[in-house]
Design a protein around this ligand. Structure first.
Ligand code: NDP
Length: 493
C-alpha cells in the first residue's frame, strides 16, 4: 500500500499523531493507500504555515504580474503530469480514465486564466464629494483561504478555488475528501516545482467530521470555499457564521434536462444519457430528472433505454468502460436506498434498479444504470439528490408546466433544454432557476464561464471574470491634500 504525507509549509509531513486511514479503490472495493489522519493540531500547523507565507516577502512582496507568472508555471507543471494525476484519480474515486484524463488535461487552463487576471485587479479613484480629499481604493487579498472539496472531481474542484485565490494573492489550505486524497497528495510536490514559496499551498487530510470545524472556525482563516452536499454545507455555513467568516458555497443539485417535442431526439437522448450516466451520476450537475413532452415521451423512453442498455460497465481504467463504480461504500448504500424509495413510492423501474452483478464489475461498488418512469414531480426521487446513475423521467404537456416542474425543487444548480426553437431557447434560459442553463448540450464547463448555484445549490461563483472577486477585499484610502488645518476634532468631518 502506498503511504502518503500531507503538505505543510512546503514539507511532506505525517499527522502529528502519526495516525493514518485507508483510501479505497472503488473498483476492487479494497484499500490501496494510507493517508495521514489529521487532527485539530495539524490544522493549526497548516493555517499557521499559510498565515506565515501570506505575510512573507517571498509571496506578499511579489508583484501581481510575478504571481501570475508563477501560476502559469504551475499550469505547465500540472500539464506535464496530467495523465499520471488522472490515473491516481481513477484508482481513488473510480471515475472513468477517459473522463479524468480529459479533465486533468484541461485543468491547467484554470491556472492560466487566473494567472492572466492576477495583474488586472485594479483599484478606483473615487470622485469624492469632499473638497481637498483624494480617495482611491486598493484591491487586497483576504489572507488564508480554506478549501473543502468533495470526492467526485477532487483536483478540478480544488483548482476552481485555488487558481483565483492565489491569483488574488491569498494563501491556501486545502482539505480534500477523505475518500479521494491521493491525487491532492500526489500534486503536493508540484507547487515547489513551479516555484511557489513554501506554505502558499498546504494540504491537510483527514475526516471532515474531525477537522472540518477546526479549519472553518480557525481565527486565521479569512474565507472558506466549500463544495459538497447541502447538509454539510449548512454545517460549514453555521460554523463560519459563528466566526463572522465569508464563505462561497457550491452545493448539490437536482437538475432538469427538458426535452421538447421539436428537439433533435437523437441528440436529446445522448444528452440525457450523458447528463445522468457520465461519471456514474456522481456529479453535482447530474441531469437526474428528464422532463419529456408527453407527445414524444414513449418514443424518447424507448430510444433512451435502448442506448442505456448498451452501457459497458467495468474497470474505470479501461478506456472502453462507459459506467464505472460508485466512489464510496456509503454512497453505494445511499443510491440503492433511493432506488428502494422510488419503488415504494410507485415509480416504475424501466431499467436497472439494483446492484450490478455483472462479472466485469468484480467486487466493486457498482449500481446498474437505472431509469424510473411514471415519476410524479413531488416524489422523493424527483426532489432529492441521489448522486448516482438513477434517472427520473417526468412527462409534461406545456412549456409552463415544464418550467414549473423544473423550478419545483429546492435546488438550482443547472438545467438542460433540448429544442430547435430559438425563441423557446431564450425564454427557457430566462425562466429556469438555475446557475447554468445548457441548451442542446450538457456538462460543458470552462474557466471563462461563471459556475454556481441558485437557491439551495449555493451562492458565490467559481470560474469566470468575477470569481477572483470572491477572494479580494476593497480598501478605501482617503488623503487630505489641501493642507488645511484639522477642523473641530470633536465632530466627525
Ligand atoms: P460532503 O458534503 O459529504 O463532503 C464535502 C467535503 O466536506 C468533504 O471534504 C468532507 O470531508 C467535508 N466535510 C464533511 N463534514 C464536514 C464538516 N463537519 N465540516 C467541514 N467539512 C466537512 O459531500 P461529498 O464528498 O459526499 O460530495 C458529494 C456532494 O458534493 C454532492 O451533494 C454534490 O452535489 C456536491 N458537489 C457540488 C458541486 C458544485 O460545484 N456545486 C460539485 C461537486 C459536488 P470528508 O470527505 O472527510 O467527509
Amino acid at each position: 500500500m502506498r503511504k502518503y504525507k500531507m503538505l505543510l509549509a512546503g514539507e511532506p509531513v505525517d499527522a502529528a499523531s502519526g495516525e493514518t486511514f485507508e483510501s479505497f479503490n472503488p473498483y476492487t472495493g479494497r484499500p490501496w493507500a494510507l493517508i495521514p489522519r489529521a487532527a485539530a493540531e495539524d490544522v493549526d500547523r497548516a493555517v499557521a504555515a499559510a498565515r506565515h507565507a501570506f505575510r512573507s516577502p517571498e509571496w506578499r512582496g511579489l508583484t501581481p504580474t510575478a504571481r501570475g507568472k508563477l501560476l502559469s508555471r504551475l499550469a505547465d507543471v500540472i500539464a506535464a503530469r496530467a495523465d499520471e494525476l488522472a490515473e491516481y484519480e481513477t484508482r481513488d474515486n473510480g471515475k472513468l480514465i477517459l473522463e479524468m484524463r480529459a479533465q486533468l488535461r484541461y485543468l491547467p487552463e484554470w491556472f492560466r486564466y487566473f494567472a492572466g487576471l492576477a495583474d488586472k485587479l485594479e483599484g478606483r479613484v473615487i470622485p469624492i464629494d469632499r473638497p481637498g480629499i483624494f480617495n482611491y481604493t486598493l484591491e487586497e487579498p483576504l489572507g488564508v483561504v480554506a478549501a473543502i472539496v468533495p470526492w467526485n472531481s477532487p483536483l478540478m474542484l480544488a483548482a476552481w478555488k485555488m487558481a483565483p485565490a492565489l491569483a488574488a494573492g491569498n494563501t491556501f489550505v486545502w482539505k480534500p475528501s477523505e475518500h479521494s486524497s491521493v491525487s491532492a497528495l500526489e500534486m503536493a510536490p508540484l507547487f515547489a516545482e513551479a516555484g511557489l514559496p513554501p506554505g502558499v499551498v498546504n494540504i491537510v487530510t483527514g475526516f471532515g467530521t474531525e477537522i472540518g470545524d477546526a479549519l472553518v472556525a480557525h481565527p486565521d482563516v479569512a474565507k472558506v470555499a466549500f463544495t459538497g452536499g447541502d447538509a454539510t454545507g449548512a454545517q460549514v455555513y453555521q460554523t463560519a457564521a459563528r466566526n463572522i467568516k465569508p464563505v462561497v458555497m457550491e452545493l448539490g443539485g437536482k437538475s432538469a434536462n427538458i426535452v421538447f417535442a421539436d428537439a433533435d431526439l437523437d441528440n436529446a437522448v445522448k444528452g440525457v444519457v450523458s447528463g445522468i450516466f457520465a461519471a456514474t451520476g456522481q456529479t453535482c450537475v447530474a441531469g437526474s430528472r428528464a422532463l419529456v413532452h408527453r407527445s414524444i415521451h414513449d418514443e424518447f423512453v424507448e430510444r433512451f433505454l435502448a442506448l442505456a442498455r448498451t452501457a459497458r460497465m467495468g474497470d474505470p481504467l479501461e478506456e472502453s468502460t462507459q459506467v464505472g463504480p460508485i466512489t464510496t461504500r456509503p454512497q453505494y448504500d445511499k443510491v440503492l436506498g433511493y432506488i428502494d424509495i422510488a419503488k415504494s413510492e410507485g415509480a416504475r423501474c424501466a431499467l436497472g434498479g439494483g446492484p450490478a452483478a455483472r462479472p466485469e464489475c468484480g467486487d466493486g461498488w457498482f449500481v446498474e444504470p437505472t431509469v424510473f418512469t411514471d415519476v410524479g414531480p413531488s416524489m422523493r426521487i424527483a426532489q432529492e439528490e441521489v448522486f448516482g446513475p438513477v434517472l427520473a423521467v417526468i412527462p409534461f404537456d406545456t412549456d409552463d408546466e415544464a418550467v414549473e416542474i423544473a423550478n419545483g425543487t429546492q435546488y438550482g444548480l443547472a438545467a438542460g433544454v433540448w429544442t430547435s426553437d430559438v425563441a423557446r431557447c431564450l425564454t427557457m434560459a430566462q425562466r429556469l432557476e438555475a446557475g447554468t442553463v445548457w441548451i442542446n448540450t450538457y456538462r460543458v464547463s470552462s474557466p471563462l464561464s461563471p459556475f454556481g448555484g441558485y437557491k439551495r445549490s449555493g451562492f458565490g461563483r467559481e470560474s469566470g471574470l468575477l470569481a477572483i472577486r470572491e477572494f479580494v477585499q476593497e480598501k478605501s484610502v482617503l488623503i487630505e491634500t489641501s493642507g488645511a488645518k484639522v477642523p473641530n476634532p470633536f465632530i466627525v468631518r
